[in-house]
Design a protein around this ligand. Structure first.
Ligand SMILES: [Fe+2]
Ligand SMILES: [Fe+2]
Length: 399
């Protein structure tokens, strides 16, 4: 039985929430807690898959509670349901929260968010994946620069210059940032030579994504990668991010969705690095096996370990507290049909961009390109003709 904990200081609100979720009580066990302390007691008694918390509560705020939940139970999915969308408090839990919802929340939106979260939690708690993850000793930790950026964004009146100043203290990251800002993809006609100026051009979301992916890549270098070229993978991920964002924008997706597609594109294959960096020679064998049999690497990984680099990457990014649509896009990028939402999401963009970019850039370490899942796209009402537009968009990215 899946377990959900609802937290709010107002009993009336809790009863309303329980009512709107009533149709699912056959499948889920729903408990309530009137405040943070009570919620922590319930969590200590038995684990929960999801916690949905109010923000403004006497005693312990929702931000304090969810930060504590992240520390003690990192695999629990954390959702905020708040009536104070722009409250400073909301900002205090950036990074500890997978999803924000604002009150009043349509019951259908609440239901579908929770179903989505459960589905993701289900997949990420697959015993093979958990067992495999415990074998990976070098599981990268969330970069402190990322946390510093989130914290700076929490302070009132923060300016983009302040964020630039934080990044500029990190020489390695500054050079990556300048590289990105001066890349053909951004398309500027003049040279950018300061971190502060670069942040203005690429934007905060792309900066956050860059900090995460650059740190993962830094931890694993080519020498220890068992046949996987980190340089090729870095190029592939950068181009996939750009293509995923272009596709999402072309489809009229909101700016936030396009930014999520970019972040997910940049991070979609981080699981490959993590596996290769840990298993070295054994991953080299898997790559050889996949290349010889012209089989997608994800299939070979599944046969060998019961899980894939997509799931390992999604698992790690889930632990780091990235938003649900990004974690979904990473987790399902080779198996989008397993994701049940029949709508265009960052997953759609990343799934297609991954293949189109592989076709264009060539294979990584001799691996064959994973095909586009036409049956999945047909479910979304997208015809094969339409994919040609996306292919043209991917072709337009300067590499
Ligand atoms: Fe992949
Ligand atoms: Fe990929």
């Amino acid at each position: 039985m899946k377990r959900l904990l609802l937290v709010d200081d107002e009993p009336r609100v809790l009863r309303g929430l329980e009512r709107s979720l009533f149709s699912l009580t056959d499948e889920w066990e729903i408990d309530t807690a009137e405040g943070g302390q009570q919620a922590l007691q319930s969590l200590a008694a038995a684990p929960y898959d999801i916690v949905v918390s109010d923000m403004l509560m006497p005693g312990m705020t929702g931000a304090e509670l969810l930060n504590e939940v992240m520390r003690l139970y990192p695999q629990t999915i954390r959702i905020v349901l708040s009536g104070h969308a722009n409250n400073d408090l909301l900002m205090k839990c950036v990074g500890a929260v997978h999803q924000y919802l604002s009150k009043p929340c349509e019951p259908l939106v609440l239901l579908s968010t929770i179903e989505r979260a459960f589905h993701l939690n289900d997949l990420l708690s697959n015993p093979d994946l958990r067992a495999f993850a415990t074998r990976l000793r070098r599981l990268p930790s969330r970069p402190s620069l990322y946390t510093q950026i989130l914290e700076a964004l929490n302070t009132p009146d923060v300016e983009i210059d302040d964020i630039g100043r934080i990044v500029e203290k990190d020489i390695g990251m500054t050079s990556k940032l300048l590289n990105l800002a001066n890349s053909a993809f951004v398309g500027l006609s003049h040279q950018v030579d300061s971190a502060r100026e670069a942040v203005t051009y690429i934007g905060i979301d792309a900066l956050k994504a860059l900090v995460l992916s650059a740190r993962i890549f830094e931890q694993f270098d080519n020498t220890s990668m068992g046949g996987l070229s980190a340089t090729d993978l870095w190029r592939h991920c950068n181009a996939t991010a750009a293509a995923a964002k272009l596709i999402a924008t072309h489809e009229g997706a909101p700016r936030a969705t396009a930014d999520e597609a970019f972040t997910a594109g940049l991070l979609h294959d981080c699981g490959m690095l993590v596996i290769a960096g840990n298993l070295n020679a054994r991953y080299a064998d898997a790559i050889r096996q996949a290349a010889d049999a012209r089989q997608p690497i994800a299939e070979v990984e599944k046969q060998l370990w019961g899980t894939t680099h997509a799931e390992v990457g999604g698992y790690l990014m889930g632990l780091w507290g990235l938003p649900i649509p990004i974690v979904e896009a990473i987790t399902f990028h080779h198996a989008p049909k397993a994701h049940r939402l029949p709508a265009f999401t960052p997953l759609t963009a990343v799934h297609v961009a991954n293949t189109l970019i592989s076709e264009r850039l060539g294979s990584i370490s001799g691996l064959s390109t994973s095909p586009i899942d036409h049956a999945y796209l047909a479910q979304l009402g997208i015809s094969p003709d339409h994919i040609q537009h996306w292919r043209d968009l991917a072709e337009s990215i300067p590499l």
